[in-house]
Design a protein around this ligand. Structure first.
Ligand code: CA
Ligand code: CA
Length: 125
């Protein structure tokens, strides 16, 4: 599980140098007051850790694979497409690399974040 630990360390390192949270909160409070829904921005890192949690949630027997029985009922083929070695189950590495590749495809201007705008146009394709 070196891959996942590496990602967590990266998250910590990047978390340490982002000091604009307060600013963001104020801005979104203003936005809520005016009934405006701000466009969302997902960083590659947030996406990676959200996908890691998703993998843990799906891998019910915690064997580091999502087996056929553990596939979500909704859209199981979307996940099965990540099974690169064709053994019928999705390993943690297959899952995280596959999901990040999806993220990179959505990230149209390759700035490491996916905006709700980019997500929409990816969904439209
Ligand atoms: Ca499993
Ligand atoms: Ca596999």
């Amino acid at each position: 599980m070196r891959h996942v630990i590496g990602m967590a360390a990266m998250a910590l390192a990047l978390g340490a140098c982002s000091g604009e949270r307060g600013e963001e909160k104020r801005a979104s409070a203003d936005a809520n007051a005016s009934g405006f829904v701000p466009p969302s921005v997902t960083s590659r890192l947030d996406y990676g850790s959200a996908m890691d949690r998703r993998f843990r949630a799906l891998d019910r027997d915690a064997d580091d694979f999502i087996s056929r029985a553990e596939l979500p009922r909704r859209n199981p083929r979307r996940l099965l497409a990540l099974d690169r070695n064709g053994d019928g189950k999705i390993s943690a590495i297959e899952f995280s690399e596959g999901m990040l590749a999806r993220f990179d495809r959505m990230d149209l201007n390759h700035d490491g974040t996916v905006t709700s705008e980019e997500r929409r146009s990816a969904g439209a394709q």
